[in-house]
Design a protein around this ligand. Structure first.
Ligand code: NCD
Length: 331
């Protein structure tokens, strides 16, 4: 009896093409590590992975013999689980280290932790930390590849990538869409990474938040900035809601969650002004009844929230594959 070779997700182009080695550096710390071509190559590969997972097609195990450590100093459900699953889907091994924030101080002890983990010779360290710049410190400290899974309020590049994958798979392309990011933009690393990546890919990015939840320098960036949801919604193809990140606030900058919901909460009534094909996104975790109503989050045709979760595994597979496969091919 002859056995069929497994169908695999293969490279789309020749081995010297940007698609195979999208990163100029051995790390993925910021969406600014990408340009439009390299971002699109990662999105295409992630989309191939997402299709293969959905169709139960075997995937080329490009992480066999590789070890990924997830070093998470902040809580996480979907990001941690998806890096774990992404590694295993590509045949790699994974160690998850959910660190208690209270047991690790900034500065030397972060460096000591990094050196300790690196001495165990992992191939990739995925780091999430409450301080902006922690992933850059990791990249300077360790020999392993470093992926930033969120550093304070600064960047969360793989979230922006999975969001771009989700928009691309839904609309065909990011370019030409109006994408409105609503909520606590000031404290959001998701917003910061998404503003940069979605703009790079040709979207018209709008921001909508109470003045106290907008970054101070935001009006210099040439984006549409709104403080009233009714003004921001018309013409939007995608509304991306963000959680109010009370853990990053020095003091209360919104009067109450009830008032916040009254003015900025995404309700079915408010969304009636959108085109029928418009979609709702949220990186999670959601606070239902605050920034988004349950019937919007669970809407069968408008909500992309679980697509984002699904594409998170594929996006992280594309990033892990790209970093590992460029070993020995540094430019
Ligand atoms: C976000 C994060 O941790 O930055 N969540 C995520 O990664 N899916 C957003 C948040 O915490 O609100």
């Amino acid at each position: 009896m002859t056995t069929q070779p497994p169908t695999v997700v293969m490279s789309r182009t020749s081995s010297t093409d940007v698609s195979d080695y999208p990163f100029q550096k051995p790390h993925f710390l910021s969406v600014h590590d990408l340009n439009e071509a390299t971002a699109r190559s990662l999105i295409n590969r992630a989309s191939d992975y997402a299709n293969a997972i959905r169709d139960n097609v075997p995937i080329e195990p490009t992480l066999v013999g590789k070890h990924v450590v997830n070093l998470f100093f902040e809580n996480s459900t979907r990001t941690l689980a998806s890096f774990d699953m992404a590694t295993q889907r590509l045949g790699g091994r994974v160690t998850n280290l959910p660190m208690e924030t209270s047991s690790v101080k900034k500065g030397e002890s972060l460096v000591d932790t990094l050196k300790t983990i690196d001495a165990m010779r992992p191939d990739v360290i995925v780091i999430r930390h409450g301080s902006a710049g922690a992933a850059d410190i990791a990249a300077k400290t360790v020999d392993a590849h470093v992926i930033n899974a969120g550093d304070g309020a600064r960047e969360h590049p793989t979230q922006a990538l999975l969001d771009a994958v989700t928009v691309t798979r839904t609309f065909g392309d990011v370019s030409g869409l109006t994408i409105t990011i609503c909520g606590d933009i000031k404290h959001s690393r998701v917003a910061r990474s998404n503003i940069a990546l979605l703009s790079m890919l040709g979207a018209d990015v709008r921001l909508c938040a109470p003045p106290t939840l907008l970054p101070d320098d935001i009006r210099d960036q040439g984006l549409g900035v709104f403080t009233n949801l009714a003004d921001a919604l018309p013409g939007s193809d995608v509304i991306m809601a963000l959680r109010v990140q009370t853990e990053r606030m020095d003091h209360s900058v919104i009067p109450s969650t009830r008032e916040y919901h009254q003015q900025y909460g995404l309700t079915l009534d408010r969304l009636a002004v959108l085109a029928p094909k418009a979609k709702i996104m949220h990186p999670g975790p959601m606070n239902r009844g605050v920034e988004i109503d349950g019937n919007v989050a669970d809407h069968p045709t408008k909500s992309l929230i679980l697509d984002q979760v699904e594409n998170g595994v594929a996006a992280r597979m594309a990033v892990l594959h790209a970093l590992i496969s460029q070993d020995g091919h540094q430019t």
